[in-house]
Design a protein around this ligand. Sequence first.
Ligand code: ADP
Length: 153
Amino acid sequence: MSKTALFPGSFDPITLGHESIIRRALPLFDEIIIAIGINSEKKYYFPLEKRKAWIEQVFAKEPRIKVISYHGLTVDLCKKINADYILRGLRTSADFEFERGIAQMNKAMLDRLETVFILSTPELSAINSTIVRDILKHGGDVSAFVPSGIQLK
Ligand code: ADP
């Protein structure tokens, strides 16, 4: 049976932290679906089309990685696409506390679902999309924090 993992997030924008987690997880699964969640109550900095295109560009040479977007519950998407695993990255103990609740609730809703956590490498653990957006808003250079080749405009 093929092992499909879903990597849900906002990716507003994708960072080196996201890229690293996905590349490190790839040997564990047959396929990773990067799923950009659309929450109508949330304001995003970059439009969905751009966020999706940048991720597709980063993983263009990797046929086992796909990018989709979705509305609604992550567990419902897992049911729909037959994913048994959710992939998440952990940077800090705050991430862990937050992720633990979500993972336990997701498992309560869909028992076959396992959430797999990958610890951030130390040099990438300070990177997050919020800080990247703040730097951009103030005209700073984010090239050290986002995948190479991505033009954030
Ligand atoms: P969300 O809106 O769900 O927080 P994000 O796009 O911010 O989505 O993050 C998606 C996933 O990537 C989360 O599991 C998050 O912990 C992980 N992640 C984000 N930045 C990093 C990083 N620098 N190192 C490791 N994991 C990260």
